[in-house]
Design a protein. Structure first.
Length: 269
């Protein structure tokens, strides 16, 4: 279990799902479940752009935060269909997912665009959740570590140590996303640790690497989250499918809560 007092984070990526009314209902159920709870993990809901204002309004005054699933790196201009960081800030958004594998796979995002978006998010004080992870082909060819380290280093290119205070990284093996094939907790933990080693090597700073929360994502559900959260280098979950159902997502939040309470109990003993 995480001994570094890093925050525990449970984030739901709703992808291209939910109308505004459905999004409001789901956010309401989650906020109600979170109300008055102690030891709550950081809970982040990332609905589609069209539902962001409604979900921000439902979550205002609650412990639940709202994130966007993507953004452009530029502040404004003739970029049809894009959404700029200041627009998210203006809505009261606090988090943004960057470089999700579906963005890389279907929308041509590269390590270079991920780096630009990460810089823009930090500049606008949005908390970035940067996704890295290997494809099945890369894993089968023994390239997992090389790919994950390269994506991590490329995302962080030209960033100063002082800019990384709010960075969150999510290890999401592409072959585990939406497939029901979860990465074994032991292996997910190993790769999450490798991400920290990569950061430590880049900045020659082990303490910095220990302070960065690293999440696991890929077919996370109530039946497998506890073993992931019991691992020393996994600080939470980025959840797709299981975040679309209120009861399922609330049970993931409860798992995060359980881990925080256990951690508190251990540090007292
Ligand atoms: P999944 O998606 O939980 O449906 O596998 C995870 C993600 O894409 O972040």
């Amino acid at each position: 279990m995480n001994e570094q007092k890093r925050p525990v984070i449970i984030a739901g990526n709703w992808k291209m799902n939910k109308t505004r009314a459905e999004a409001e209902a789901l956010a309401k159920a989650i906020c109600q479940a979170a109300e008055g709870q102690r030891d709550l993990p950081a809970v982040v809901l990332a609905p589609p752009f069209t539902s962001l204002p409604a979900v921000v309004s439902v979550c205002s005054g609650s412990q639940v935060k709202v994130g966007a699933q993507n953004m452009d790196h530029r502040d404004a201009g003739a970029y049809t269909g894009e959404v700029a960081p200041p627009m998210l800030v203006d809505l009261g958004i606090s988090y943004v997912i960057i470089g999700h594998s579906e963005r890389r796979q279907y929308f041509g995002e590269s390590n270079a665009t991920v780096n630009l978006k990460l810089k823009a998010a930090l500049q606008h004080h949005l908390i970035p959740i940067v996704c890295v992870g290997e494809t099945l082909d890369e894993r089968e060819n023994g390239l997992t570590d090389a790919v994950v380290s390269r994506q991590t280093a490329a995302a962080l290119a030209d960033l100063e140590r002082s800019q990384l205070d709010t960075l969150i990284i999510a290890y999401e093996p592409v072959w585990a996303i939406g497939t029901g094939k979860v990465c074994e907790a032991f292996e997910a933990n190993r790769v999450c640790k490798l991400i920290r080693v990569t950061i430590a090597n880049l900045y020659k700073d082990k303490e910095l690497a220990q302070s960065v929360p690293v999440l696991y994502g890929g077919s996370v559900k109530a039946s497998n989250i506890d073993e992931q959260l019991a691992c020393s280098d996994i600080d939470g979950s980025l959840v797709g499918g299981a975040s679309l159902n209120a009861n399922e997502f609330i049970s993931l939040i409860k798992s995060g809560q359980k881990r925080i309470s256990l951690q508190a109990a251990e540090s007292c003993s």
